[in-house]
Design a protein around this ligand. Sequence first.
Ligand code: G3H
Ligand code: 13P
Ligand code: ZN
Length: 309
Amino acid sequence: MPLVNTTEMFKKAYEGGYAIGAFNVNNMEIVQGITEAAKEVNAPLILQVSSGARKYANHTYLMKLIEAAIAETDLPIAVHLDHGDSFELCKSCIDGGFTSVMIDGSHLPFEENIALTKKVVEYAHAHGVTVEGELGRLAGVEDDINVSVEDSSYTKPEEVEEFVSRTGVDSLAIAIGTSHGAFKFTGEASLRFDILEEVARRVPGFPIVLHGASSVIPEYVDMINQYGGNMPGAKGVPEEMLRKAASMAVCKINIDSDLRLAMTATVRKVFAENPSEFDPRKYLGPARSEIKKLVKNKLINVLGCAGKA
Ligand code: G3H
Ligand code: 13P
Ligand code: ZN
């Protein structure tokens, strides 16, 4: 099966009350762990690449890894640019074979966000590529920029219809209280489901995206802290909140931090228990297996997209 854009997968996800997992990829073990899990449960997938991932691993290497995953799995997979910050970056990814891009103009004034997003949509649609925009601003760390809680802002539902109709975007990321990274809440976790409901009322049937949606799985945080790490107070979005969002208008749920935690916890454990180990396959192999286990659980029990490929 060739790479797909997100049109069909979002349509089915909206109608079926589930969400597609959008997992960040940075190397071979991450691509393999995610795609092997999806194959076992027959789930559609979005593999997303940040500009940082592209700098780290190189566009061609990542595309070839994803092509290999397609050949091995025969699943509908979209390859998506995560947090594109310029027309030029989006164009480069579209020209290089991505089937979906995000243009993140959420830090710009409304009119400038519309103008930039529209420009990307025009180029992308002419090439069969789908586009995700963003309104509202998440807190947390993304591409080395730290957005403080004070600088973050919830999406204003009254801006959504105009943004969607004037830009022509295919999906929209909104800010309802999630944030990037491993430290999402200092007290009780809470999300503004009222904003999500109001957005869905204003643009019925339109796919919504949730960023910063890792659960920061406590077992991995504990393992990291037990085996020499230091991540006190790490906390994520409870799984039942993600299930609720997936049953509403949210069709794409972004997960990166949980993959990082699973990988780091596993590697730390291997080294702590086997200080003389120096074969990378002996720590990257178990890390890949842990990613597979984690993703399988997400696809079946959190996103609800198992069996939907
Ligand atoms: O939203 C941010 C993602 O976790 C990607 O992170 O820019 O460090 O690759 P990165
Ligand atoms: P997490 O940091 O919660 O995994 O969010 C990832 C994300 O939103 C990527 O765009
Ligand atoms: Zn994000």
